[in-house]
Design a protein around this ligand. Structure first.
Ligand SMILES: Cc1cc2nc3c(=O)[nH]c(=O)nc-3n(C[C@H](O)[C@H](O)[C@H](O)COP(=O)(O)OP(=O)(O)OC[C@H]3O[C@@H](n4cnc5c(N)ncnc54)[C@H](O)[C@@H]3O)c2cc1C
Length: 499
């Protein structure tokens, strides 16, 4: 069969949502093509934490769709609502107002309803993200950072659920099948040329949805769009083959803070998202010259990991050390910092820690000890002036390094605690790319691709996910998968109208 009602390019979260939606909305013959082999189905989605950021009205709003909360546990949860204004403000403030406000508004407005669709129609197994987005404060689980939902078993659970939904909906998926060209007739999309079993074939369809992800796996494109040195950053695990869209990708990407020992040239399908190292708000980060380089307490982790990853890439050698003492080591998430997950460097004195870090790339032992000592002095000075303040990782507690007696030139604005109680622990981290920004412009209602020449949509041509130009410079964690779902669903609905 070479004729379809809708062809989706890419089997990631965005493509799966588009294909399911097309089928649900009335397309009989829906095909997904993916360049990857079957065991790599799901694109980057497989490697995620499965975190979805949505507008919500608080605990009672979301309880009906999660599977990991008993009535007794529900009574011990503190969860503030996350209104549309806050979500929108988060996208725009993190992008320095350079994100697309119209697409951002559409994403935010549709997010809650799309979560219900994902849970009830697609069958995603949602949970509250206790392990990533909440801290135990006085026996209660206090959520922070706006985002509360993830899929059971993270990205693995997300993609498994998508596969089940597609199989049930009888959507065909062709693997090892790169899309080479989108064809048009009289200005409207007419199909896709793909490579299948060594042959080029023309598949006909009035609707084609681009969901082929970003350019992060391609070192040449990274160097071209992000600059020299980026060809060496740790990419996500996808195959380098990418759709040649000829689009002017905006040269910006999202970065995350990742394990320095993560595989440099391919995915690790067991540990996946566990290579991220997001415990820096509980400690400090120091570069190979022994200096801090970011305000680790500037904001909640899920608002800073992208830009801090980029800051790490720009440090000498493109690696740094995260450092804690015994007060917070026990609070680090086991998935990221557990035994066997990452190389942990322990010592009983700061001098001994500096010695051990020197064997792992620290170039300035004396500077390192001085940095930590100065940091400790500044924290003590703040605490002496603010005897009533209490350290609380679940709120922006204002416990900083800045007091009337002492200020650091680079503050830690929240969650500042001394690093003086052994054992000390450090982990070496590098920058990993989460996804790339920039891509096609789309109509917010239909996800129809807008032609640069005519500023109108191209009939039959849709895009969703990472291929869409929505974010810029930084983004609120969990909104990548959400955007793929919102616009994938709309693309599928619009595709069905062309049948
Ligand atoms: C470690 C990590 C953790 C993350 N965690 C989260 C999270 O918890 N929440 C969140 O919102 N975001 C997260 N992200 C970002 C998220 O992964 C992306 O935003 C999202 O997966 C993009 O989905 P997509 O479907 O658009 O593209 P992709 O997942 O990149 O899928 C694109 C697919 O298209 C295929 N393809 C490419 N070119 C072609 C071609 N020419 N022909 C056919 N097929 C092609 C690829 O093989 C791939 O399967 C994370 C990213 C990483 C790396």
């Amino acid at each position: 069969m070479t004729s379809f009602d809708c062809i989706v390019i890419g089997s990631g979260n965005a493509g799966c949502c588009a294909a399911f939606s097309a089928r649900e909305s009335g397309c009989d013959k829906v095909l997904i093509v993916d360049v990857c082999p079957p065991e790599w189905v799901g694109g980057n989605g497989f490697f995620t934490a499965g975190a979805f950021r949505t507008v919500h009205e608080g605990l009672q709003d979301l309880l009906p769709i999660v599977n990991n909360v008993s009535a007794e546990q529900a009574g011990l949860i503190d969860m503030d609502p996350y209104p549309r204004e806050e979500y929108l403000r988060d996208i725009m403030r993190l992008s320095n107002d350079k994100g697309d406000p119209v697409l951002a508004g559409a994403l935010v407005d549709a997010s809650r309803d799309t979560i219900t669709w994902l849970a009830t129609k697609v069958g995603l197994p949602f949970m509250f993200s206790f392990h990533r987005q909440a801290y135990d404060v006085g026996g209660r689980q206090k959520f922070w950072g706006g985002m509360v939902l993830c899929t059971d078993d993270g990205g693995k659970g997300l993609i498994a659920a998508h596969q089940r939904a597609l199989a049930k909906a009888k959507v065909d998926v062709w693997f090892n099948c790169p899309a080479l060209e989108i064809t048009t007739e009289n200005g409207a999309v007419s199909g896709v040329v793909v490579q299948k079993d060594g042959e080029k074939i023309h598949l006909r369809s009035r609707a084609v949805v681009l969901a082929a992800g970003g350019f992060e796996s391609n070192p040449q494109l990274r160097e071209k769009h992000l600059g020299p040195g980026w060809e060496r950053a740790i990419p996500p695990p996808l195959e380098p083959a990418r759709l040649a869209t000829g689009l002017a990708a905006i040269a910006l990407a999202v970065w995350c803070v990742g394990d320095a020992d993560a595989p440099k040239d391919g995915g690790e399908r067991i540990l996946t998202n566990q290579f991220t190292k997001s415990g820096y708000p509980l400690g400090i980060m120091v570069n190979s010259a022994g200096k801090r380089f970011v305000d680790e307490g500037e904001d909640y982790r899920n608002y800073t990991y992208a830009k801090f990853g980029r800051a790490i890439q720009n440090q000498p050698g493109s690696y740094v050390f995260q450092v804690w003492d015994s007060k917070t080591i026990g609070m680090l998430r086991k998935e990221e910092y557990g035994d066997g997950i990452v190389k942990k460097i322990f010592a009983d004195t700061l001098e001994d820690l500096a010695e051990k870090l020197a064997a792992n790339g620290l170039e300035a032992k004396g500077e390192f000890v001085q940095t930590v000592n100065e940091f400790n002095e500044a924290v003590k000075s703040y605490q002496a002036e603010n005897l009533d303040s209490a350290w609380n990782p679940a709120v922006k507690d204002g416990m900083s390094t800045q007091s009337s007696n002492k200020q650091l030139s680079l503050p830690k604005s929240n969650w500042a605690l001394t690093i003086d109680k052994p054992p000390f622990m450090a982990v070496k981290v590098a920058c990993g790319i989460t996804f790339t920004f920039g891509g096609v412009a789309i109509d917010p209602d239909t996800a129809g691709v807008i032609s640069e020449k005519t500023s109108t949509t191209i009939p039959g041509f849709f895009a969703t996910g990472e291929m869409v130009g929505l974010f810029h410079g930084n983004y609120p964690g969990g909104s990548g998968l959400m955007a793929g779902a919102v616009f994938g669903r709309r693309a599928g609905q619009a595709a069905a109208k062309l049948k």
